[in-house]
Every structure is written in structure tokens, then in C-alpha cells.
Design a protein around this ligand. Structure first.
Ligand code: AHM
Ligand code: MG
Length: 333
């Protein structure tokens, strides 16, 4: 097998499709390198003394795990000095992180969830990193939170790394979705899946069913139909999977189809849903659409939502086209 590295892939993409400017290429390579470092820390586990809880809370009032903080630091440090970014924002930081004055500034904005699936860290189940890249608005001088509040359709790149039995990087720059596997001996990312496509039909769904009593009527109706199987109105049996790491659930869906749901529920008032728009829903929606799938908040395309807050939450329905359209239709109806 001829091995194509991430670098070679990006250079060839730039040449053939002119879709990746040199600065964006550098940015992606730096993020990928940081993910390699995070993968290494994750892999050490107790031996690296990286497991367990830190004594701090993040802006959403969630207790931070040591690896949440370590991963955030790794991404910040790796991306500060390259000259490709104007600012960064993260699930683990209350406000934006501007590039310090000692370094040159670039034209991109990076957002990330440094370690997604935190509840799985200490039990050795797949976790990941999610990232999204936007262009800074024309004429921006000092970056502010406001500059990040662009709809997901304006993303120029998005991806995730999944730290599982293998470490993989899934990437889109708006020209399909490709997957790279980390060669741990060589320390390089190798292209292992080109142009990933989500099957339009599926018989597999993902939702945290322990919240069922709080769901709104459209989600109750939809999931009840799936559970009724052959004898219900959908006349088909469905299987269920829930890893509780969005990266792992989305990765499965990219490979074999499925629908992933994290709906709003009756307990939410000001902030519907659990997942965050800027660094979870938007990058995943971009990837899913680029792989032929659909991503909505129940009403509209996630990528069309105009963000109003950096840490805004949003209901998420994504994956195989047919099923996402059914549940979205129930919301609209
Ligand atoms: P996190 O970013 O704090 O890890 O939270 C996001 C995660 C997603 O990866 C996952 O889909 C969801 O939370 C799991 O939620 P639950 O604990 O309700 O199963
Ligand atoms: Mg997360």
C-alpha cells in the first residue's frame, strides 16, 4: 500500500483544488500535531498520572478532569506561535484566548473541545478532540468574542481526533471527508479512508434514553416508533448504541450510518440541549454534511444557526439523511 501522509494529502489538495491556503494547511498540521500529543497523554493513563479530577470547574460549571486541562494547554501552546491564528476559544475557557503580542497574528480563528467525552476518561473508553476553523472577519484588528459568532456554514475546516483502539483524525476542508490513522511507531498520520460517505438509510440510533421522561413530544414520538420495531409504524427493527463520547458515536455513524440525537428537553429553559454549538455541533455538522448526511437542531440546519454566545448550547440531530429528516419533520409538524 502506498502511504499518503497528512502533509502530502494537504499539499496535493492545495495544488489540485486550491481549497487549502498555505496558512490553513499549517494550522491543520499544528492541530494534528497537538492531537498526537494528547493521544500520547491519553494512552499513558494512570502511568502518566493524567487520570482523575482537577479541583476546578469550567465556565459551564462542570468539574474539570485533569485531561481536560492538559489537552486544553497542549492545544493552546501548539497553536500560539505559528502566526496562523488571531485567537482561540475552547470549552474549557470562559472567554477567547488572543494570540500573545510576542507572536505574529494570522487570519484564522480556532475553536475546540479539547477532550470530548470526559465522563469516559477514567474508564478507558474512546474520547476525542473536536475543532472548528473560521476566518476572522475582514478588517478585524483586536479579536473579540463577537468575531467568533459566525454561522457554521462559514467554517473553512473542521475535524476531530478519536482516541480509541486506534487514534484517528477525521478532517474536512469543505471538499469531502477523509480519515487518517496515527502510525504510533512513525509518529505520522496516514490516510486510511478517502471520501467517507454516510449511508442514507439506517436502522441504528443513539440517544441517552435515561432522559426519556424529559423529552419533548416529537422526540418521544420518534423514539417510541423506533422502539416499537417491526410491529410499529416504521415496520423495522432498530438497534441502539450510546458511547457517551460524541466523537465515538459520530465516528461510528460516519462508518456505518445511524442517527445521533442530543435533544433539548423540558428541563432546559434558557439554554436548550447539552452540546455546544461552536465547538461540538458546528464542526460535527460540517463533517456530517460533507459525508452526505444531515444535521439539524430539529427545526433548521445546524450550519445556518446564527450564534449569539460563545458557549451556546443547541439540540442536535445528525447522521443518516432519511432518519434525521423524519425526526426533524416531527418537530416541524
Ligand atoms: P463533554 O464535552 O463535557 O465531554 O460533554 C459532551 C458529551 C458528548 O461527547 C456526549 O455525546 C454527551 O456529552 C454524553 O452525555 P451524557 O452524559 O448525557 O450521556
Ligand atoms: Mg464535548
Amino acid at each position: 500500500m502506498k502511504r499518503i501522509s497528512l502533509t502530502q494529502y494537504l499539499v496535493e489538495e492545495q495544488r489540485q483544488n486550491n481549497s487549502i491556503p498555505a496558512e490553513l494547511r499549517l494550522l491543520i498540521e499544528v492541530v494534528a500535531r497537538a492531537c498526537k500529543t494528547i493521544s500520547h497523554a491519553v494512552g499513558k493513563g494512570a502511568l502518566g498520572e493524567v487520570l482523575g479530577t482537577a479541583s476546578t470547574e469550567n465556565v459551564q460549571g462542570e468539574v474539570q478532569k485533569k485531561l481536560d486541562i492538559i489537552s486544553n494547554e497542549i492545544l493552546l501552546e501548539a497553536n500560539e506561535w505559528g502566526g496562523h491564528l488571531a485567537a482561540m476559544a475552547s470549552e474549557e475557557m470562559e472567554t477567547i484566548h488572543k494570540i500573545p503580542n510576542r507572536y505574529p497574528k494570522g487570519e484564522y480563528l480556532l475553536t475546540f473541545d479539547p477532550l470530548d467525552g470526559s465522563s469516559n476518561i477514567d474508564v478507558n473508553v474512546s474520547i476525542g478532540t473536536i475543532f472548528s476553523v473560521l476566518k476572522a472577519p475582514e478588517g478585524m484588528t483586536e479579536p473579540t468574542e463577537q468575531d467568533f459568532l459566525q454561522p457554521g456554514s462559514r467554517q473553512v475546516a473542521a475535524g476531530y481526533a478519536v482516541y480509541g483502539p486506534q487514534t484517528m483524525l477525521v478532517l474536512t476542508t469543505g471538499n469531502g471527508v477523509n480519515c487518517f490513522t496515527l502510525d504510533r511507531e512513525m509518529g505520522s498520520w496516514v490516510l486510511t479512508q478517502r471520501d467517507m460517505q454516510i449511508p442514507a438509510k439506517t436502522r441504528e440510533f443513539s440517544i441517552n434514553a435515561s432522559n426519556a421522561r424529559h423529552w419533548h413530544a416529537p422526540v418521544q414520538r420518534y423514539v417510541n416508533e423506533l422502539l416499537a420495531g417491526e410491529t410499529g409504524p416504521r415496520a423495522s427493527n432498530f438497534n441502539m448504541r450510546w458511547v457517551a463520547s460524541m466523537v465515538a458515536d459520530v465516528h461510528r455513524i460516519l462508518n456505518r450510518g445511524g442517527i445521533f440525537m442530543y435533544p433539548a428537553d423540558t428541563r432546559d429553559t434558557s439554554m436548550p440541549g447539552k452540546l455546544r454549538l461552536m465547538y461540538e455541533a458546528n464542526p460535527m455538522a460540517f463533517i456530517v454534511e460533507q459525508a452526505g448526511g444531515v444535521a439539524t437542531d430539529g427545526q433548521q440546519r445546524i450550519l445556518d444557526i446564527q450564534p449569539t454566545k460563545l458557549h451556546q448550547r443547541v439540540p442536535v440531530f445528525l447522521g443518516s439523511r432519511e432518519e434525521v429528516e423524519v425526526v426533524t419533520g416531527y418537530h416541524k409538524g
